[in-house]
Ligand binder design. Structure first.
Ligand SMILES: C[S@@+](CC[C@H](N)C(=O)[O-])C[C@H]1O[C@@H](n2cnc3c(N)ncnc32)[C@H](O)[C@@H]1O
Length: 294
């Protein structure tokens, strides 16, 4: 008997024409709020801008509203390829003010999925509330360090954990809090350069194994406990050409955050197996599957 692969239509992932359709009239566009839809409607040459937004590192002339929608489309297509239940529960550590995972969850679940974030920075959380008020998906945001996720949440209560551009956030917090920065109350973006400089300093001194790596591995390990057997952990990171050659910016570290995470997870012995999807570049994305139940 010939069996069809139900995931076939979505692979290879992120075909530029299909993504352009998704963000200018399809599943992503329909789930944006009115302001974001109006902004996109006023932008010309979306197909070419999608091609730019899909590049790594992102080009200097990147169009931010298109990039944000494309990031949502990328998660949406990964969900379609992996086929978690439409009623899936999604966990996102370090969401900040960024809504691509939430928009993708709404598009995939049609309002039947649920979403929970754990996040420290208060100002960004308030920004996020404004960007998600129109959605049907129930959204809960816990204000705490993701290292304490298991104090709030039950094991096996999620289908998918999404680390959207979050590896750097976790490392930055891990090196900044011990130096006295309160990353909950601080204004994140005006202080981010200082966090990155401290991170660069620790990486140069070979100190990430003492600070940075333990926090990241704990948060990923806890996410693996929170996700049901057979569920997924998704990681992405994107870089921007603007930072090439900028003295204070640790380009090589940021370029290799996903490969470094892959190595740290492999060395941690967590029961996670990598899933490779056609079209997904392992330099910038990592998909891990929790060991299925015996
Ligand atoms: C700039 S936002 C980034 C949002 C999103 N990850 C993105 O890149 O689009 C960084 C957020 O990560 C949060 N964060 C960093 N480390 C964290 C941790 N250990 N636990 C919870 N939240 C954390 C910060 O509080 C902040 O709200």
């Amino acid at each position: 008997m010939k069996t069809e692969d139900p995931r076939g239509p979505w692979l290879p992932l992120w075909e530029a024409g299909r993504v352009a359709q998704e963000i200018s009239e399809g599943a992503i566009y329909r789930n944006l709020d009115e302001a974001a839809r109006n902004e996109l409607a006023g932008i010309s040459g979306i197909p070419e801008k999608v091609v730019g937004a899909l590049k790594q590192p992102k080009p200097l002339d990147i169009c931010m509203p298109v990039l944000n929608a494309v990031l949502a489309a990328q998660y949406y297509e990964v969900f379609e390829a992996l086929q978690p239940p439409r009623t899936m529960a999604v966990y996102e550590p370090c969401v900040g003010g960024s809504n691509p995972v939430i928009i993708a969850t709404e598009a995939y679940g049609g309002g039947k999925a649920s979403y929970l974030a754990i996040n420290l920075n208060r100002k960004l959380r308030e920004e996020l509330r404004g960007k998600t008020a129109h959605l049907k998906t129930p959204i809960r945001i816990i204000e705490d360090n993701a290292q304490r996720a298991l104090a709030h949440l039950a094991p096996h209560s999620f289908d998918v954990a999404c680390f959207h551009h979050a590896v750097n956030d976790i490392l930055q917090t891990a090196v900044s809090e011990p130096r006295g920065m309160d990353t909950t109350a601080t204004d994140w973006f005006p202080n981010e350069r200082q966090m990155i400089e401290w991170l660069a300093e620790d990486a140069r001194a070979g100190r990430l194994d003492q600070r940075g790596r333990p926090e990241l591995v704990q948060i990923v390990g806890d996410a693996a406990r929170l996700v049901r057997p057979g569920g997924y952990l998704l990681f992405d990171h994107w870089n921007w050409c603007r930072f090439i050659g900028v003295a204070w910016f640790p380009w090589d570290l940021f370029y290799n955050l996903i490969p470094m995470t892959r190595r740290w997870v492999a060395e941690s012995g967590l029961p996670l197996a990598e899933v490779r999807l056609d079209g997904l570049d392992p330099q910038w994305w990592l998909i891990l599957r929790n060991a299925p139940a015996e």
